[in-house]
Structures are given as structure tokens and as C-alpha cells.
Design a protein around this ligand. Structure first.
Ligand code: GDP
Ligand code: ZN
Length: 374
């Protein structure tokens, strides 16, 4: 139960919290004991760095040396992750809120299919939300609802612009979870986030200028508090849904295939559901051709990995939604700038941030940015 801290003498020096955002080597941590308090600006203990332990947005961490005056601390321990996404890099996410528009831009079934498969391939739960209901007729709406039902989905239909209140089923589904918003541009994601998180001024990593460069890259992510409970990640990191999964994972991403396999097995264990005899999956269902096209992509991708020199085929361990460990090929080595110990300490000292002003990074001038290694 969060409580308001009033007696500074009795304040703890260590606490558990959630990493909401990061910039350079700094992490914005919301402490559990504060509930609605502004995040603490934290560094990672040298030991974690030595052990090669990255702190991710969404991580549950233990913070030591809490300085309540300046709202600073040091991250000493990272709790085990329930899940881990690579793009965007988020720990402990529960589900993906996939947003599409019924019109403007035109709802392209193949694009939607690809986003759905990409979302399913994370192993997280997927919620599908269709926005801009105000732009289509009842007939068009019914058409899409029936069509998506046959794909195995029950979309929540909304109009961010004209709904007096967002449907309670959507709010309930997001509540208490860490949600990742995904979808193509122009469908109303920002507008939706604006309504789900009314006080966006609470954002922690809202930055501009040189520091803000990261903001619209696929690697930048920050979490917002949902009213009540739960978190929402605002990230553009999902816009090009390249399929980097295995054939087995692809098959698991189609509810239609799972439904067919539940009815009966294919003749061959390793059936790819193309032209093999005795296939229980091949047949007259709408997305079958989408499956075949994506199968080609996934096989080409796997082939390209097999052809890589060994030293490039770095493996990356991911923890799936059910806690299972998956090994995924890591495509790009993360580049990070080395900043000397002295200049990091210097930077921390120079960074007299008042975190009651949450957009504080915007106040840094070029010299201060330089000190941060930018
Ligand atoms: P994003 O790129 O997915 O973040 O989409 P935005 O939130 O920026 O919205 C794109 C455009 O769609 C903006 O002009 C919004 O005003 C508009 N828009 C968002 N929601 C609705 C809606 O429910 N109905 C209509 N007609 N327009 C909407
Ligand atoms: Zn088959």
C-alpha cells in the first residue's frame, strides 16, 4: 500500500521500485513506498556494470543510498525478470495493446496480420483495439468484427475522438498490467495514450535537444502510470514488424493454426503446413496465404542467420511470457560510449536536477550535455 512520506527523519535509505525511463547512464525509478511520488534519479552500482547487468525500463530494482533531499539513489540489485522484450527494450511487460484504425489510414488486412503475428511472437498477451469508429458505417464495423473473429480475435472498438469515455472493458484489461502500445503511425496511438494517461506532464524522460535524439528511435522507451494501477509504455519501437522468430514460433502466432491442430495432428511432426500430405492446417481460411508469405520470410531470416560467421551469430537469451528461456539471435551489438569514471562522477555532481521539474533534462545546456557524454 503506497503511503505519503512526511517525516523525513524516518525515511528509509533503501527501497524497491520500478525503472520508468532511462537517459544516458541515469535511470528514473519510481519507489513502491511512494506510489505517486516523482521518480528518483539513479545510477547503477559499479558492481552491476562489472557483472554486465543492464538495467532495463520496467525492471524491478533495489535502490540504496536514497537521498530524499535531491531524490537520488544507486541501483544495487535487479530483480529477476518475468519477461524481456528486445524491441522495445522493456522488462516485465505483460501485454501488447495493438492499435489500428478502421479508416484513415485504410485498414490493410495484411499489415494488421503482420502486426498481430509480430505481437504474438513476443509471447505476451495481445489486445487488439480498433480506433476511429466514428469514420465508418455499421456495416463496415460489422464486417471487420466478423472477419477478425474468424482470425481468433475480439477487437475492442473505440473512437478516441468522439467516445465520451473509453470502454470500461479496455480500461479493465489494461489495469494492473505493464502494457506496450504498438501499431502503425496515424492510427491514434498518441491520442489514445493522451486519454489513458491524462497527466502526461508526469513523464520522466521527456527530453529535447541533443538528449532527445533517442526519443524517436526504436530503442527509446518510457513507462507511464495508468490511473488506478498499471503502466503503459509509449514507444514507437514496433513500427516495422520484421519477423525474427523461428518457424515453430510463427506457427504458434496464428490462433487459426492452433485451433486446427487442436482438432487433429498433421501426418508429419515437422509439417510446415505447405504441401505436405495429411496436413491438418492447410485449407480454406483467410490468413492461410499470409501464413505462407510469412513462412517464407521466417525461413529466409533463419537461413541468413545460418550463413553468418560464428562470431557474428551472437545469441541473446530472452525470457518468455511463461518464464521459459528462449535463445534469440542478436542482430546488432549494442554500441555504448565509454565515459571515464571521473567524468561520470563529475556529471552526476554537475547534474543538479530538481526532479520536481520532471522535464529537467530540457534545462541542460550544451556544456552539461557534453559532461553527460553526448
Ligand atoms: P499515432 O501516429 O498513432 O500516434 O496517431 P495520432 O494520435 O497522432 O493520431 C493521428 C490522427 O488521427 C490525428 O489527426 C488524430 O486527431 C486523429 N484521430 C485519432 N483518433 C481519432 C478518432 O477516433 N477518430 C478520428 N476521426 N480521428 C482520430
Ligand atoms: Zn501441416
Amino acid at each position: 500500500m503506497p503511503y505519503k512520506v512526511s517525516n523525513t527523519a524516518a525515511l528509509p535509505t533503501t527501497a524497491v521500485g520500478t525503472v520508468l525511463a532511462s537517459q544516458a547512464n541515469y535511470y528514473f525509478v519510481q519507489l513502491d513506498i511512494e506510489g505517486d511520488g516523482k521518480p528518483f534519479l539513479c545510477l547503477r552500482r559499479a558492481l552491476l556494470k562489472k557483472l554486465g547487468q543492464q538495467v532495463l525500463v520496467g525492471d524491478r530494482v533495489e535502490v540504496e543510498e536514497l537521498d530524499w533531499q535531491d531524490r537520488r539513489g544507486a541501483i544495487a540489485t535487479i530483480h529477476p525478470r518475468r519477461t524481456q522484450l528486445d524491441r522495445p527494450p522493456v522488462a516485465n511487460a505483460d501485454q501488447i495493446l495493438l492499435v489500428f484504425a478502421l479508416a484513415s489510414p485504410t485498414l490493410d488486412p495484411h499489415q494488421l496480420s503482420r502486426f498481430l503475428v509480430k505481437a504474438e511472437s513476443t509471447g505476451l498477451d495481445v489486445i487488439l483495439c480498433l480506433n476511429k469508429r466514428d469514420l465508418v458505417s455499421h456495416d463496415v464495423l460489422n464486417h471487420w468484427q466478423a472477419r477478425l473473429q474468424s482470425w481468433g480475435y475480439q477487437p475492442t472498438v473505440i473512437s478516441v475522438q468522439t467516445d465520451p469515455a473509453l470502454p470500461s472493458e479496455l480500461l479493465t484489461a489494461l489495469s494492473g498490467k505493464t502494457n506496450i502500445v504498438a501499431g502503425p503511425s496515424g492510427v491514434g496511438k498518441s491520442s489514445l495514450i493522451g486519454r489513458l494517461v491524462p497527466d502526461l506532464t508526469l513523464r520522466t524522460g521527456a527530453v529535447s535537444g541533443k538528449l532527445g535524439r533517442g526519443r524517436h528511435t526504436t530503442r527509446h522507451v518510457e513507462l507511464f502510470d495508468l490511473p488506478g494501477s498499471g503502466l503503459l509504455a509509449d514507444t514507437p519501437g514496433f513500427n516495422q514488424p520484421d519477423l525474427t522468430c523461428t518457424v515453430e514460433q510463427l506457427v504458434a502466432c496464428f490462433p487459426e493454426i492452433q485451433a486446427r491442430l487442436a482438432q487433429g495432428n498433421c501426418q508429419f511432426n515437422n509439417c510446415l503446413h505447405r504441401d505436405e500430405p495429411g496436413c491438418a492446417v492447410r485449407g480454406d481460411w483467410e490468413r492461410y496465404d499470409d501464413y505462407l508469405a510469412m513462412l517464407e520470410d521466417v525461413m529466409a531470416y533463419q537461413q541468413s542467420l545460418d550463413n553468418r560467421p560464428d562470431e557474428e551469430a551472437l545469441e541473446k537469451v530472452k525470457v518468455g511470457a511463461a518464464g521459459q528461456v528462449q535463445h534469440e539471435p542478436k542482430l546488432e551489438a549494442r554500441k555504448y560510449r565509454r565515459i571515464s569514471r571521473r567524468s561520470r562522477h563529475q556529471a552526476m555532481d554537475d547534474l543538479k536536477l530538481d526532479l520536481t521539474d520532471v522535464e529537467s533534462f530540457e534545462d541542460l545546456d550544451d556544456d552539461e550535455l557534453e559532461d553527460l557524454g553526448f
